[in-house]
Design a protein around this ligand. Sequence first.
Ligand SMILES: [Zn+2]
Length: 371
Amino acid sequence: VALLSAAAAAPLVDGHCHPVVTGPVQPPEFEWWCSESASPPRPGESTMDSSLGYAIRRWCAPVLGLPAHAPLADYLWVRGELGPAEVTSRLLRAANLAGLLVDTGLPAAELTDLATLAEAAAAPVHEVVRLETLAERVATSGSAASFAPAFRDALVSTCDSGAVAVKSIVAYRHGLAVAPACPGRSEVTAAVGRWLRSGKRLTDPLVLSFLLWTAVDLGRPIQLHTGFGDADAAITGSDPGLLQPFCAATADRDTTLVLLHAYPYHRRAAWLAHVFPHVYVDVGLTVPYVGARASAVLAEFLELAPYGKVLYSSDGYGLPELHLTGAALFRQAIVAVFDAMVAQDALTEADAARVIEAVSSANARRIYRLP
Ligand SMILES: [Zn+2]
């Protein structure tokens, strides 16, 4: 176990996460951030009475100087006394990260900027550009006819200025049944015209698939939301199995698809990573949310996905507690999974330690071409 624990203790690349809130967090708001539900629980219930809630108390309380499992009220009191900047830096540094890939597509004025996040975490931060957010920004100027080249130019210049990957939330906007070919220019112009006249957010499947195919042309890794998320996610439309035609159609292109989250369809995502060389799976969001069950779920990711194709992330957002809890649970889970495999003589401890290093950081460094 010593060799495995040492491998898991090395700095992690958090391959998908978000900034954290800058100001103090009041108790109801803290609970709100600890759930994918946007609605407050009913009286007498709490989002902290959950796998994630107990994991946060287990892993974060000691970093703030409290005993593990300290009551939530004590935790929030100490959190308030220490202040947001101190709490953020303690928790992010305790996560021991070698780098963070940060999705900047969720607009919120009160979130940290990337430089502040890097300073707090004492680790480099790499931007990930959200395709739909960029498209909506590009669409605020120009016409339907100018949209396609303007979007392509905007994406190229964002990538040139340092973004290491792009992210798609097509699962939220339409579903993962993405067209297996890039739509033609005139089709895109007509669809953009309909979208702009509607005055609504982008949900047109043709425009959404144009964004993805543009990203395929660019060659940057594409992260796709799959599986569970907030109540806005049509869960059956988020089944990564629906991406099979898109995966097949992009298999001979110089592109990389990273399937984020995936739960409860993580075994289907693992199958896609198994059969398509350019498809990878990321355990983010799932690992922190399943709490003490992380080792069971991680083991399921690793049943079919080749070990070089599984990536760590926390999907922490809003609270630095989520970045730390993801990291701590992942380390505990991957040691448990491979310790059991070594015990049954499935592989040597040295091989298991190498796999832990791959999933923890080496796979991410390779596919995102991190320095
Ligand atoms: Zn996310």
